[in-house]
Write a protein that binds this ligand. Structure first.
Ligand SMILES: Nc1nc2c(ncn2[C@@H]2O[C@H](COP(=O)(O)OP(=O)(O)OP(=O)(O)O)[C@@H](O)[C@H]2O)c(=O)[nH]1
Ligand SMILES: [Mg+2]
Length: 302
């Protein structure tokens, strides 16, 4: 929870306003609903979804005969976390390596997240191989190499400017030969409206499937929490090209806006798998809807 401190701080104004009302457990008024609306919008939940959720809350309040703000607030939080609790487990026993493709626009934290994921798998004793398929940006390969050293795992590279799909092919061959349990593929950051680079992703997937039809087992779209509602557009375009299996939301340590998690899961019915809360090897957490909502909107029940 400590890592959520910034997220909490950022929302403190609206939280204070709400906690005041909730602590006094006053009767539910229009003003109370307005405060909730402010808080949700401030947290970047998005206007449409905010309205939907508040409508749902109003019905629930009526249905359950809830009269006090405190109970209504807990009900809201429950509704929010239910919305984010999407269970989509991938196939159970696919052949090795378990292959994860990491995609997203420039600078969102793809490479850093791969380093953190590699570390997590290593801690569990898996043999991990990184595939340096960002051959586009200068320095990208060296950056991933550094993460491979930190996480103590293997890496397959070609030179800058090499064909990304060919790096992925090499990596898959190496992973199979060496018996790697997990393969994590770093890709170049691409604007979702840049045709050529988007095509390259399609090619990477074709190469993977040829070599192992089960793959990619996971496709993670990395989203920067500070981006705001533009993340929805990004997800839309990437998801049209490759089926995203999970979101990873980064930079939650530097923003007061965590609501994008809610917007994304509701819009696409795809789960958030992990959250990034810092730049270090250990700054990746599993996404737990309830503690996430508590961190964002406060846990006044204790
Ligand atoms: N505060 C914070 N910074 C992060 C987090 N994740 C990544 N960063 C920082 O964001 C910057 C970009 O991270 P990269 O991992 O290089 O992002 P990328 O998506 O691989 O970037 P490109 O390959 O250039 O598209 C770096 O300075 C990271 O340290 C996070 O969870 N919190
Ligand atoms: Mg990168």
């Amino acid at each position: 929870m400590k890592l959520f401190a910034r997220l909490k701080d950022g929302l403190s104004k609206t939280r204070n306003q709400i906690s005041e009302i909730v602590e006094h457990d006053t009767k539910i008024t229009e003003e109370f609903y307005e405060s909730l609306e402010d808080a949700l919008i401030a947290a970047d939940v998005g206007a449409d979804i905010t309205m939907e959720i508040l409508d749902k809350l109003r019905s629930e309040v009526e249905l359950e005969g809830i009269t006090g703000c405190a109970e209504a607030y807990e009900t809201l939080k429950h509704l929010l976390s239910l919305d984010m609790a999407i269970q989509k487990e991938p196939d159970e026993f696919p052949p090795k390596p378990w292959t994860t493709l990491v995609i997203g626009v420039n600078g969102v934290g793809k490479t850093t997240t791969i380093g953190k994921l590699a570390h997590e798998y290593r801690q569990r004793g898996s043999r991990v191989l990184l595939s340096a398929a960002d051959t586009f940006r200068a320095g990208a390969i060296e950056q991933l190499q550094l993460w491979a050293e930190r996480a103590e795992c293997e890496i397959i590279t070609q030179g800058e400017g090499a064909d990304a799909a060919s790096v992925v092919y090499d990596s898959m061959e190496a992973a199979k030969k060496r018996g790697a349990d997990v393969m994590l593929i770093d890709t170049a950051g691409r604007l979702h409206n840049k045709g050529e680079l988007m095509k390259e992703l399609g090619k990477i997937v074709r190469v993977l499937k040829k070599s192992n039809p089960w793959t990619p087992n996971e496709v993670f779209l990395v989203v920067d929490a500070t981006t705001g509602q533009n993340a929805i557009k990004q997800a839309e375009v990437f998801n049209e090209l490759i089926e995203i299996t999970g979101f990873i939301i980064t930079k939650l340590d530097g923003t007061s806006k965590g609501g994008i998690a809610l917007s994304l899961t509701r819009t696409f019915n795809i789960p958030v798998k992990k959250i990034g809360v810092g730049e270090g090897l250990h700054d990746l957490q599993d996404f737990d809807p309830k503690s996430y909502i508590d961190a964002m909107f406060g846990d006044f029940s204790v």
